[in-house]
Write a protein of this length. Structure first.
Length: 389
C-alpha cells in the first residue's frame, strides 16, 4: 500500500480506481485544503502554512515576479497533465502553492480508462534507480509491484480517459476561476483516433477539441502528442509532419493563445530538430513540455506481465527514474533554441521530486518546471521550493 510504505497519502490514491479518484478525490493534504478531514502524512502546520501563503487578490498584492507564456506567475512550477483530474484537484494544487496546474488531458468525447490497477511502483535494476530509454532493461522487463518507496518511480497506464465535454467544459471553467493571483490553470487536450477515421478527421478532431478548450477561456493550452494513440506504443510525436499539420489546424482555431506541445523523449538530435523546425519554426507552437513517460516492459517478481490485460505488457514509467532523460531533452531543446534563433518556451518535466531538481531544470534551460509523481508523494514540494529560492 502506497501510504503504508511511504508515510504519505498521495492526493491521487493509487489504491483506488480512476473513477473513484475522480469522484471522491483529491486525498491527503490536497483534500485538507478543501476542508476535508483526510489523513494526510503532511502535518497540519504544513497545510496551514500553505493556506496562509496562498495568493489572494488583495489590493496590495505585489506583481508576481515571473511569467509563463506571458501570464504573470509567482513561481513557474506546477503539476503537469495527469494527476489533477478535475477542479477539486486543481484547486487543492493551487492552495498548496503549485502556481501552475495542468488540467488532465481532455478529449472531444467521453473515453474510458484502462482497467485497474493503473499505477504500480517501478524498480529499475541499476544502483541509482535510473531507467534509460531504449535500454535492454526496457525490453527485457523492469520489476513493478506494490512496494512504493522513495525516490519514487511508478507506472502510468491510464489510456488518457476523458469525461464528455458537457462535463469537463464547465468544470475546467470553474478550475480557472479558482486560480489565485500569480497562478494559472493550463488545460491539456489531445485528439482521439477511432476506428474508420480518416487522417483528415483525426486532424479535425484536434481542432474541435482545441475549440472546446478555448471556449472555457484558456490563456495558454497544451496539446499532448506523447501518449500511445495509433496502436501499440506508436506516439504522435514520432510523426513530426503530422504534428505540424495538426498544429496548423489547432493554431487556426485558437489564434493568439500560446500553444505548448507535450513531447515524449526523442533520442535522435536530428528528429528533435526537425520537430522544432516544423512546429515552432513555422510559428505554430510557442513552447514544448517534455518529457512524458518512458516506455518499458513491466514484470512482477516471477517475470510475468505486471499489469493485467492485452496490450499492457509495456507501460509508461515516470518519477525519479526518468529525471536524466527529462533534463537531457530540456538541454537539447535549449541548445536548439539558441542555435536556430527561435523564441519558444520550455517546460521541464520528469523526475522532479526535490527542490534541487527544480533548480537543476531551470539551469538546464527550462522556463518552467513541473512534477507529477514527485508532487503526488510530496504535496508540500512547491512550498519547499519557495522557501529555497
Ligand atoms: C497519474 C498520472 C497520469 C498522467 N496522465 C497524463 C495525461 O493525461 N496527459 C499527459 O500529457 N501526461 C500525463 N501524465 C504524464 C505526466 O504529465 C508527466 O509527463 C510524467 O509523469 C513525467 O513526470 P513525473 O516524472 O514528474 O511524473 C500522467 C502522469 C501521471 C503520474
Amino acid at each position: 500500500m502506497s501510504e503504508e510504505t511511504t508515510g504519505i497519502m498521495p492526493f491521487y490514491d493509487v489504491d483506488r480506481t480512476y473513477e473513484d479518484n475522480y469522484r471522491f478525490g483529491p486525498f491527503g493534504a490536497f483534500a485538507e485544503t478543501l476542508g476535508g478531514d483526510a489523513k494526510t502524512g503532511v502535518s497540519d502546520d504544513q497545510v496551514k502554512r500553505a493556506l496562509a501563503a496562498a495568493p489572494s487578490d488583495g489590493d496590495n498584492a505585489a506583481t508576481p515576479a515571473e511569467s509563463f507564456f506571458g501570464v504573470p506567475v509567482d513561481l513557474p512550477f506546477g503539476i503537469p497533465a495527469g494527476p489533477l483530474l478535475n477542479e477539486r484537484y486543481t484547486t487543492g494544487a493551487f492552495r498548496m502553492g503549485f502556481d501552475l496546474a495542468v488540467y488532465k488531458t481532455v478529449r472531444s468525447r467521453a473515453w474510458g480508462c484502462n482497467p485497474f490497477p493503473n499505477v504500480l511502483a517501478v524498480h529499475p535494476a541499476s544502483a541509482d534507480g535510473i531507467l534509460t530509454p531504449g535500454s535492454a532493461e526496457c525490453d527485457e522487463g523492469v520489476l513493478a509491484d506494490h512496494e512504493f518507496e522513495t525516490p519514487i518511480s511508478i507506472s502510468n497506464s491510464f489510456g488518457v480517459p476523458s469525461q464528455d465535454p458537457d462535463v469537463w467544459q464547465p468544470d475546467m471553467q470553474r478550475a480557472m476561476e479558482r486560480a489565485g493571483r500569480g497562478q494559472l490553470l493550463v488545460p491539456s487536450f489531445q485528439g482521439s483516433r477511432v476506428d474508420g477515421m480518416t487522417p483528415e478527421q483525426y486532424v479535425a478532431d484536434h481542432a474541435t477539441t482545441a475549440r472546446l478548450v478555448l471556449e472555457t477561456g484558456a490563456k495558454v493550452m497544451e496539446m499532448n502528442t506523447s501518449c500511445p494513440n495509433e496502436g501499440h506504443n506508436r506516439l504522435l510525436c514520432h510523426a513530426p509532419d503530422q504534428v505540424s499539420t495538426i498544429c496548423e489546424a489547432v493554431k487556426n482555431t485558437i489564434g493568439d493563445v500560446p500553444l505548448i506541445v507535450k513531447l515524449a523523449y526523442l533520442p535522435s538530435d536530428d528528429d528533435l530538430e526537425y520537430m522544432v523546425c516544423v512546429t515552432a519554426g513555422r510559428g505554430l507552437v510557442q513552447g514544448f513540455a517534455t518529457i512524458n513517460t518512458i516506455s518499458a516492459k513491466l514484470v512482477d517478481a516471477k517475470g510475468a506481465q505486471a499489469l493485467p490485460g492485452a496490450g499492457r505488457d509495456r507501460s509508461g514509467v515516470c518519477g525519479a527514474a526518468i529525471k536524466p532523460s527529462g533534463l537531457d531533452m530540456v538541454r537539447r531543446l535549449a541548445g536548439l533554441r539558441e542555435r536556430l534563433g527561435l523564441d519558444f518556451g520550455i517546460v521541464g518535466v520528469g523526475g522532479v521530486t526535490e527542490p534541487a531538481d527544480y533548480f537543476e531544470y531551470r539551469a538546464a534551460g527550462a522556463d518552467a518546471v513541473m512534477s507529477a509523481t514527485g508532487a503526488m508523494w510530496n504535496p508540500d514540494l512547491a512550498q519547499r521550493i519557495k522557501q529555497a529560492r
